[in-house]
Design a protein around this ligand. Structure first.
Ligand code: SAM
Ligand code: SF4
Length: 380
């Protein structure tokens, strides 16, 4: 397919909130799924109905919990954090395993969370992670458990994670060229990431997904080689539009490679047609490659926001609940945990936080303010 027609499909694809151009911001909130919730209007001014789930005033229900296990990382991806790293969270502020498990138990047992993804920072840096995974997968009802990781060190641990009940893994990989990889991540660790990917596949943690971010002038010329690599190895590749969440606040809209550009780059070598698969609350637009069954995903977080279908709630490593990656406020659960609050008290505070979830992330609105917490501290 020609690049142009791939882009044409892209603008008409997805949940119906695309605007047909790359700066669109319209958020079509659709029909509320929760009776009594309103379908438009800012913030939460109406009382929260008596509903155990994590509902918001726009009718969305959060069932997918992202948990950041640490803000530390052993890479320094240029779109995420500065070369010198960051001032990491003080250890006493980071939730213990017991505290994390208690919050996840509340999430699955009282709040209707069905899916948990472990992330960071780099989650593999968290000590005794295999044990924590086993504790999470023993919760009732048992959540589906996945992890987003840079893959470093995973090769030796893949079998243990599979045994502990981990279901799936996403590995971040922006280039299969060692020089490009080192320039972007500021570390010479490509081999370790590739070994981690292969081990995940061998351990049956499938589908093994790859997350890639394209940076103009850095790796955008490698979009097709990344897809070729993924196809050859049976990995599912998804490109993520770069978001204004870097710690150094260096994001520049003009420099971002848009979803449409990504599809055009891929279309120079592959034929892309929209996947018939249901997207649901998933962020990726999916495309069949050369007629399928192989697919590639594009996550157009900035240019075609999918906020209307968002099913996420987020917990940071220091115990803050956030209703959105881009929230400018968050709720501290650590104080409640350590102050003797009951499970139901904590559940209610979590419900209140999600009830106040805004319609969308507002990146495309005048006056958008990047959140104080960077991606590495919120958990991507
Ligand atoms: N360290 C792990 C990793 O890299 O997979 C987990 C945390 S990382 C913050 C989670 C995901 O966020 C990665 O796929 C990474 O590429 C992506 N990411 C980080 N900063 C981003 C940004 N500014 N825009 C878009 N994606 C970003
Ligand atoms: Fe680390 Fe992930 Fe950020 Fe890269 S994207 S610096 S691997 S937290």
């Amino acid at each position: 397919m020609a690049a142009e027609s791939a882009a044409g499909h892209a603008t008409g694809h997805g949940t119906g909130n695309g605007t047909g151009n790359d700066t669109g911001s319209a958020v079509n909130l659709g029909t509320p799924a929760v009776p009594g919730a309103r379908s438009s209007g800012p913030g939460a001014t109406t009382p929260r109905p008596d509903n155990p789930a994590l509902i918001d005033t726009f009718g969305r229900v959060a069932t997918d919990l992202r948990v950041s296990l640490t803000d530390k990382c052993n890479l320094r991806c240029s779109y995420c954090m500065p070369a010198e790293g960051l001032e990491w969270m003080p250890g006493d502020q980071v939730l213990s395993d017991d505290e994390l498990v208690r919050l996840m138990d509340i999430a699955v047992g009282r709040l209707g969370v069905t899916d948990i993804r472990l992330t960071g920072g780099e989650p593999l840096l968290r000590p005794n992670l295999e044990e924590l995974v086993a504790r999470i997968t023993s919760l009732e009802p048992r959540p589906r458990l996945s992890m987003t990781t840079n893959g470093i060190g995973f090769a030796k641990r893949a079998g243990a994670f599979a045994e502990a009940g981990l279901n799936r893994i996403n590995v971040s990989l922006d280039s299969v060229n060692p020089e490009t990889f080192e320039r972007i991540t500021r570390r010479d660790r490509l081999r370790h990431v590739l070994d981690g990917l292969a081990a995940a596949r061998e351990a049956g943690l499938e589908p093994v997904k790859i997350n890639a971010v394209l940076i103009r002038g850095e790796n955008d010329h490698e979009a097709t080689s990344l897809l070729r690599f993924a196809l050859e190895n049976g990995y599912h590749l998804r490109f993520i539009e770069q978001m204004p969440l870097d710690a150094q606040h260096g994001w520049d809209r003009a420099n971002m490679i848009t979803a449409t550009e990504i599809l055009d780059l891929l279309s120079t070598e592959f034929t892309l047609t929209p996947s018939p698969a249901e997207r649901g609350g998933a962020p990726a637009e999916r495309w069949l490659v050369d007629g399928g069954p192989a697919e590639v995903g594009v996550i157009p977080s900035v240019t075609r926001p999918f906020c209307a279908a968002c099913e996420r709630t987020r917990l940071t490593a220091d115990g803050a609940v956030r209703s959105c990656l881009f929230s400018n406020d968050e709720t501290d659960l650590r104080m409640l945990l350590r102050g003797g609050a009951s499970d139901e008290d904590i559940a209610n505070v979590w419900r209140d936080t999600m009830w106040g979830k805004l319609a969308g992330h507002e990146i495309n609105e005048a006056g958008f303010a990047q959140p104080l917490r960077p991606m590495s501290s919120i958990g991507g």
